[in-house]
Structure formats: structure tokens, C-alpha cells
Design a protein around this ligand. Structure first.
Ligand SMILES: [Zn+2]
Length: 311
């Protein structure tokens, strides 16, 4: 039987790009302590991290497969190959299309819309029809490079997913060990909003980082861990429908940014606000433990105690 901790917390799951990793969750406990849950960009021991920093500072792109940003860069490079291929295809003369199958003609009607799979099919169709020429040449070159890139991405994905699983298991275990009750959004859909010091970069990469965050994995591990210890995981409905300022009670408009502001100018981290609102639905009395939950050494980079800000 698991000993009660006397602690309850509200957990807001959602990802944001931060300086050293992805914020994947924000936790407020019933003593008012706040914790940021992170998936660090760089995995590995301190030596590996030092080397990574050294390379980055000198302008090298560290192709270290244990860095999530390197994976995002590989995927961006893969997209750039497709764009480059299409730009070259757009310059090919109409005369090159002699003898093309009808399917390929249709496929290339709007070149902008063609993706990787479309290029591959076109290459196959033209090859099978015995067509040669500039288009086939361009597609051959693209496919060679794309295949190499695909393999590198696959290897990087597998290695990184392994590290992520490890971090998420530890995070889930820490949560169920330290909190008797955890309230979160029962109907979970990815918010997919990001803000980083590098603004634009974060938005351009938002789609990629959604896969990096893989929040359904974290959710699953938390569910399993709470079931194992017999702790209470409470599903909360519409936490967002009642987004009011904790200081003055006026309405707070939704915004994709990290900080939100009420009509009277009270500002704060919106994930902190959401986790606080979630916690309030439990109706627990504040004032349990005085100190924040202890963070074990191997989780130091994944859980950060946050100083109290305006709310
Ligand atoms: Zn206010």
C-alpha cells in the first residue's frame, strides 16, 4: 500500500519551445509550488552536452542524434530538398513532357502541391513508361539524396524516442510518487502553440515539435503510473471556459503567447494559470507541505521548480 503524500496538484499538459528544451507540462501543487516539466533538447551526460555546446557556439551544426533540434534540422533539410527539386522541375521545358503518362501530367498540374510521395510516384510512372529526359534526371538526383536523408532521420528518430521514453517514465513515476491527487484535462487535444526566445524559428518548427513532444506518450505513462500506485487521476472538463484573472476575477482572452494579461493589466504565465485553475476544481485546502516536492538527481533537467510570479 502506498503511503499518502498529502499533496495534490493541477497539471497542464501542452508543449512550448523554451531555451533548453520543450516545456511539456506545468504543475501547481496545493502549497502553491510550481514546477515546469521539460523534455531537454540535448540528452546524454554532461560531456556530451559540453561538446554539443562547443560545436554550436563555433557555428557547426551538431549532427548529434541525441539532440531534438538536430532532428528538426534534418527534417527541415528534407523539406528543402523537395522545394529545390520542384524549383528545378518548374524550369523544365514543355517539350520534355512528350510521352508522359496521363497520371503524371495530372500529378504535376499544380507543382506547388506535390509532396515527397507525389515525386516518388511520378518517378516510378515515368520510369515504367520508359520516359527519359530532364524531368527524370532531376527526379533521379532528388530521390538519391532524399533516400539518404530519410535514413538519417529514421535513425535520429529512433534514438531520440528512446531517450524520450526514459525521461517520460521517470517523470510519470515522480508525479505518482509525490502527489495523491492529480487533476488534468480529461478531454485532451494538443494546443500546438509555441513561443520561444527565437520567435519565428519556433513557429516555423511548430509542426515538428509537436511530434517531438509526443504528449500522448507522457499521458499514457502518467495514467499507468497512477494506476500502479493507486493514486487519483482526476479528469477535468472545460478548464478553459472559465479563464479568469486570479487577482481581480476579470476575463482573460486566449492567446498563443507564454504570457497573458487581464483587462486590468495583471500578467502571468498562462500555463501557470491553467494548472492553477485545474487545481482549484479539486476544492482542496491550500497549505499542505511547506517545501516543494523533492526532485531526484536524474530528473533535475526534466523538472524545474518555478519562482512565483504575478499569479
Ligand atoms: Zn486581473
Amino acid at each position: 500500500m502506498t503511503t499518502e503524500t498529502g499533496r495534490a496538484a493541477g497539471l497542464d499538459l501542452g508543449w512550448r519551445v523554451r531555451e533548453d528544451g520543450l516545456r511539456v507540462g506545468y504543475l501547481t501543487d496545493d502549497s502553491g509550488h510550481r514546477y515546469e516539466l521539460l523534455l531537454p533538447f540535448v540528452f546524454g551526460n554532461s560531456n556530451a552536452r559540453r561538446r554539443e555546446r562547443y560545436e554550436r557556439e563555433r557555428g557547426f551544426t551538431p549532427w548529434d542524434t541525441t539532440d531534438w533540434r538536430a532532428l528538426a534540422e534534418l527534417q527541415a533539410a528534407e523539406d528543402a530538398l523537395i522545394e529545390d527539386c520542384k524549383a528545378r522541375l518548374a524550369l523544365v521545358e514543355e517539350a520534355d513532357r512528350v510521352g508522359w503518362p496521363e497520371a503524371t501530367r495530372r500529378r504535376f498540374t499544380i507543382l506547388q502541391k506535390v509532396r515527397s510521395a507525389g515525386l516518388r510516384r511520378a518517378f516510378r510512372e515515368l520510369s515504367e513508361a520508359g520516359v527519359t529526359g530532364d524531368t527524370v534526371q532531376i527526379l533521379t538526383e532528388w530521390q538519391g539524396k532524399a533516400d539518404v536523408m530519410r535514413k538519417r532521420i529514421r535513425v535520429a528518430q529512433l534514438k531520440s524516442a528512446d531517450k524520450r521514453r526514459d525521461s517520460y517514465r521517470k517523470l510519470a513515476d515522480w508525479l505518482s510518487r509525490n502527489f495523491d491527487q492529480l487533476v488534468w484535462e480529461g478531454d485532451f487535444n494538443l494546443k500546438g502553440l509555441a513561443e520561444a526566445p527565437g520567435g519565428d524559428y519556433a513557429r516555423k518548427n511548430s509542426r515538428r515539435y509537436r511530434f517531438v513532444a509526443s504528449l500522448h506518450t507522457l499521458r499514457l505513462y502518467i495514467e499507468q503510473s497512477f494506476a500502479k500506485r493507486g493514486r487519483a487521476l482526476v479528469n477535468c472538463g472545460a478548464a478553459y471556459s472559465s479563464r479568469v484573472c486570479p487577482q481581480c476575477g476579470c476575463r482573460i482572452e486566449p492567446s498563443p503567447g507564454l504570457l497573458v494579461e487581464c483587462e486590468n493589466g495583471h500578467r502571468g504565465d498562462q500555463d501557470a494559470l491553467t494548472s492553477r485553475l485545474l487545481l482549484s476544481t479539486l476544492g482542496v485546502q491550500a497549505g499542505g507541505a511547506e517545501t516543494p516536492a523533492a526532485i531526484p538527481r536524474d530528473l533535475e533537467r526534466c523538472v524545474r521548480v518555478v519562482e512565483r510570479n504575478s499569479w
